[in-house]
Design a protein around this ligand. Structure first.
Ligand code: ASP
Length: 311
């Protein structure tokens, strides 16, 4: 007998979606990560007819996301996806580092079933919280036949993990697919496919099995008017393994910053060039430090950590 694969597993990690404030009118002075994932589900009666399971993997403000939580989360996602009855996963997360977790899971797992991250910009106690709708939408995406890969569902839009960035500090539609098409929209519970579900090959859990406290240390340094080499020198002295330069424009760097980065590279530190621009790739030209393609500085950092973990 064929087992129906219509079970959606909701993994909770905290964030504003699980946040509470003292008053309903307070949309910023709240504490993130207070409600359990079971509480979040109880606030969405429209999900009552779905086959759902909830698991609390972490309970944190995602500004404090860390390697150990990523390791645990990737393990939990993989374990749930391996169950034949599971059709998809929803992860509730804070918005601050959501794009990092999404990219990390995409590169490590590249799952054949949908893994949908969702979040909220307003706490659960707000006058008009956005979390319940986002959670409802994310479950619809996770249950969509043919859906696959790691995506982010928020404010009625579905973004792929590689492109998505938080581009606004306050608005409820705080995320954009900055350099390409949306994957889909969610309208009244219906998922309208606009692009393609993300595909690719995951690096696998073995790549991230090293104890989290021994993961490579990769830092981001930014070019700006008057940028010098002092920060790079200090990071080298602190034993950094890799550096992502968030350059200006096409990853351009001041003479002083570039020279410090080249010295770091000659001393065995891995160095990649990205851009501090809100969108677009850096072009590789002969003689330049290696480029990070279209990855934002924070995603280039994850890519470098995963690369170094494999060396
Ligand atoms: N600081 C919160 C978090 O990332 C912000 C949010 O979720 O909107 O957990």
């Amino acid at each position: 007998m064929q087992i129906p694969s219509d079970l959606i597993v909701i993994l909770g990690t905290g964030g504003t979606i699980a946040g509470t404030a003292k008053t309903a009118s307070d949309g910023v002075g709240y504490t993130a990560a207070q409600l359990s994932v079971a509480d979040l589900l109880a606030a969405v009666p429209a999900l009552a007819g779905r086959r759902l399971e909830a698991q609390q993997v972490a309970q944190l403000d995602s500004k404090d996301m860390d390697f150990l939580t990523w390791q645990r989360l990737a393990g939990a996602v993989q374990q749930q996806l391996a169950r034949p009855e599971v059709g998809g996963i929803v992860i509730t997360h804070g918005t601050d580092t959501l794009e990092e977790t999404a990219y990390f899971l995409h590169r490590v797992l590249a799952p054949a079933k949908p893994v949908v991250l969702t979040a909220a910009m307003r706490p659960a106690t707000a006058l008009a919280p956005d979390g319940p709708q986002n959670l409802f939408d994310a479950v619809q995406v996770a249950g969509t036949p043919g859906a696959a890969g790691v995506v982010v569902a928020l404010a009625g839009r579905v973004h792929d993990a590689a492109q998505v960035r938080k581009t606004h500090s306050y608005r409820v539609d705080a995320f954009e697919s900055v350099d390409g098409a949306l994957v889909a929209r969610v309208e009244e519970g219906a998922v309208r496919l606009l692009g393609r579900w993300p595909a690719g090959e995951g690096l696998g859990l073995a790549r991230i099995s090293r104890p989290a406290e021994r993961w490579p240390r990769v830092e981001i340094v930014m070019n700006h008017a008057g940028a010098g080499g002092t920060v790079v020198q200090a990071l080298r002295a602190a034993g950094v393994d890799g550096l992502i330069a968030a350059g200006t424009g096409n990853g351009t760097l001041s003479v002083a910053l570039e020279s410090a980065l080249r010295e770091a590279q000659a001393g065995g530190v891995k160095v990649w060039r990205s851009t501090r621009c809100d969108a677009g790739p850096v072009m590789d030209l002969p003689g330049l430090l290696p480029g990070a393609g279209a990855l934002s500085p924070v995603k280039a950092r994850i890519e470098m950590i995963l690369t170094l973990l494999g060396e």
